[in-house]
Design a protein around this ligand. Structure first.
Ligand code: F6P
Length: 382
């Protein structure tokens, strides 16, 4: 590992920076508050907020803000991030427009320079798996970083849970509960598309919590015929309604992930549309049945929850986890444990080298208890 570049500045008070990168999620402000309160009140340090993720380490003076205990008052329950976030900024592949053309630049020298200009002894980087990969590479180049995992998808390797997930599952579960009542009134099948790019944690948890009939996750390509048969059974029962929860990254056997803007370049593609696509496949399958067969003649409607799952106030569980992570990140800096990420293992807070956390997204293992439980609850996994 490269030696730390920025180990000493000629001043007594330590100064740490903090940024929130990647997509936002509920609980980011709770981490920001915890970092500031711990750094200022326990250690007497200064904290610099870096705006809009890594953008703020590429820009100028306007891209930072001094954070004090006053500036973080009242933000614990606030959704979003007071520092701003930028989902797609990667200093190793930074996009610039030059004479109408899009060019990719490595701006990491600027990031390292900026950390020195700001005289930061360490930077707390709050982000998902992509951000942790960037943090690891920057750390290998000598940047003094510690990581805090966040994401509603719950897919950061190395931590059992990331904050944001509990809130997102709560939003999705409430939506399923609401859709269930209207599905029963009109004897419809309701498809609920939830977030989950590589992993089906939100779909699986909300599906079990909401008593769904079908849950489709990216880890397990689905067979439309299996889903169709399961729905037929739902419509042959007394209630004649069904709930299908599908993660946005799910896809059929032999098929592909569905993007709402397939023609866009790889880095600009947005997942979305699997709910509508599944509805089309099921409609086509219904058409093959003889007219009037009650268990195959039902209406199918699609609800896409989208960013509703990412916004709004964090749950109490997420507030507590985010606060624990924020305080623990400052303790890591205090103990000189740079290049590490805080994580939760069971109920215990741990920390791991960044090199061990950002290798691949944490997906749902097929042999986990929740998969088995879902099957035992008669939930079809397609
Ligand atoms: O990583 C979290 C996530 O919510 C994914 O589930 C989703 O595909 C993505 O963010 C959407 O990101 P954006 O808002 O940048 O399009």
């Amino acid at each position: 590992m490269a030696p730390p570049l920025f180990s000493r500045f000629s001043r007594k008070t330590r100064r740490i920076g903090m940024l929130t990168a990647g997509g936002d999620c509920p609980g980011l402000n709770a981490v920001i508050r915890a970092v500031v309160k711990t750094a200022v009140l326990t250690y007497g340090w200064e904290v610099v907020g870096i705006k809009d993720g890594f953008e703020g380490l590429i820009g100028d003076d306007a891209s930072t803000v001094a954070l004090t205990t006053d500036s973080v008052q009242g933000i614990l329950a606030l959704g979003g991030t007071i520092l701003g976030a930028a989902s797609r900024t990667n200093p190793f592949l930074y996009t610039r427009r030059q004479q109408g053309n899009r060019i990719l630049l490595d701006v990491t020298p600027r990031v390292l320079e900026r950390i020195q200009e700001l005289q930061l002894d360490a930077v707390v980087v709050i982000g998902g798996d992509g951000t942790m990969r960037i943090a690891r590479e920057l750390h290998d180049m000598g940047a003094p970083l510690v990581g805090v995992p966040k994401t509603i998808d719950n897919d950061v390797e190395g931590t059992d849970v990331s904050f944001g997930f509990d809130t997102a599952v709560g939003v999705a579960t409430e939506a399923i509960d609401r859709l269930r009542t209207t599905a029963e009134s009109h004897h419809r099948a309701m498809i609920v598309e939830v977030m989950g790019r590589h992993s089906g944690w939100i779909a699986l948890h909300s599906g079990v919590a909401g008593g769904a009939d079908v849950v489709l996750i990216p880890e397990l390509p689905f067979d439309v015929e299996v889903i169709y048969r399961r729905l037929q059974r739902c419509f042959a029962e007394v209630r004649r309604s069904a709930i299908v929860v599908v993660a946005e990254g799910a896809y059929p056997v032999g098929g592909q992930t569905v993007f709402r803007n397939r023609a866009a370049s790889q880095d600009k593609r947005q997942l979305g549309g699997i709910g509508e696509y599944l509805a089309e496949l099921l409609h086509a399958r219904q058409e093959q049945e003889p007219a009037g067969a009650a268990e195959s003649d039902y209406d199918i409607r699609v609800t896409v929850l989208g960013h509703v799952q990412r916004g709004g106030t964090p749950s109490n569980t997420d507030r507590v986890l985010a606060t624990r992570f924020g305080a623990a990140a400052v303790r890591l800096v205090a103990h000189g444990k740079l290049g590490r990420m805080v994580a939760l293992r069971g109920e215990t807070l741990i920390d791991l080298p960044l090199a061990r956390v950002a290798r691949a997204p944490r997906t749902v293992p097929m042999d986990c208890d929740l998969i088995q439980t879902a099957r035992e609850m008669d939930i079809s996994l397609g």
